[in-house]
Design a protein around this ligand. Structure first.
Ligand code: AMP
Ligand code: FES
Ligand code: ZN
Length: 298
């Protein structure tokens, strides 16, 4: 691992990953041993590895799988569900499964189409629905905290995009922990300092079976393009990705980055239908999407 100037054998690598994770959980004050954790699992290497690590560390962590109804010619959603269920069974862990079509009448691609959001791609609606549902379920099922499998490559790509746009509001919120606020569960990303390849190596070494394919709609996406750019940078300068992300966290924590406070946050109010915070004057974007989809169907 050139980025850390460290070389480990399989056995020590498998100890190093949970040790580091534990260190990050404490450093960023993510959660305590007494708290209950809902891990959002997609069937991919990151979220299944996260679940594995938290279970090995002795945390109380259950899983949540959202059935999005995406086929893409590879039966993507069914396959990823199968991997998630298999992992839960094998490790005797509890997995909640929520099917979007069953809950809201249509799978993600149909919801995206009938709501006319996202320029012909379902990804925007998918992101909206995932965020909303993870939040709702963490709250309704009574968990203290919601954990996702975002790794360093994911976070650096998002940071890169937000920096290119100078999206102040997003930059103020991006980080390993998003504290709970009215109607929103606390969100944590315990893997945010691990490189994607470190997580792939971990899943492989632990014998975790996961879905190799990415979501078929991700092809050609902006985030993949940013990841490629950052990988080029990383090849030329090992460690650059980690430095980019960590220096951002430091700069923000020290208050150097933004002097003005985020005023937008003050205007949030609960959505009259679902109760989650929104900045619009009426229904939140999620509820509007569902309403439009329902109207398009009559
Ligand atoms: P993505 O947005 O696909 O890069 O996924 C980021 C994180 O969101 C994953 O590491 C998971 O924790 C979570 N996630 C993605 N898809 C699902 C899903 N279908 N069900 C539950 N959690 C998911
Ligand atoms: Fe949601 Fe691809 S569109 S995971
Ligand atoms: Zn709503």
């Amino acid at each position: 691992m050139r980025q850390h100037r460290l070389a480990l054998c399989k056995e020590h690598f498998l100890e190093w990953v949970p040790e580091q994770t534990e260190r990050f959980i404490r450093k960023y004050d993510m959660f305590s041993r007494e708290e209950s954790i809902l891990v959002a699992v997609s069937g991919g290497k990151d979220s299944l590895s996260l679940w594995d690590i938290l279970a090995r560390l002795g945390y109380r962590a259950d899983g949540l799988y959202l059935g999005l109804g995406i086929d893409g010619g590879i039966d993507y959603s069914h396959e990823s569900q199968r991997f998630s269920e298999h992992f839960a069974d094998k490790n005797n862990l509890k997995l909640h499964i929520v099917d979007i079509e069953r809950e809201y009448g249509q799978p993600i691609p149909a919801l995206a189409e009938s709501s006319h959001r996202g320029h012909g791609k379902p990804c925007a609606v998918c992101g909206l629905v995932k965020r909303h549902e993870m939040n709702r379920l963490a709250r309704d099922l009574g968990y203290d905290v919601l954990a996702t499998g975002h790794n360093l490559d994911d976070e650096a790509a998002v940071l890169f995009g937000n920096t290119l746009n100078w999206s102040g509001e997003y930059l103020l919120r991006q980080g390993p922990v998003l504290p709970s606020s009215d109607g929103l569960a606390r969100k944590v990303k315990p893997l945010c300092r691990f490189y994607e390849r470190e997580m792939a190596a971990y899943a492989l070494a632990r014998g975790i079976e996961y879905i190799y394919e990415e979501c078929p709609f991700a092809e050609g996406s902006q985030s993949i393009y940013y990841k490629e750019l950052l990988n080029e940078l990383e090849t030329a300068r090992p460690g650059a990705k980690l430095t980019f992300y960590l220096r951002f966290l430091e700069a923000r924590a020290s208050g150097e980055l933004f002097v003005e406070q985020n005023k937008g946050a003050a205007h949030l109010h609960p959505c009259p239908r679902c109760g989650q915070p929104t900045s619009t004057s009426d229904l939140c974007s999620f509820c509007r999407t569902i309403e439009k989809a329902a109207l398009a169907n009559v």
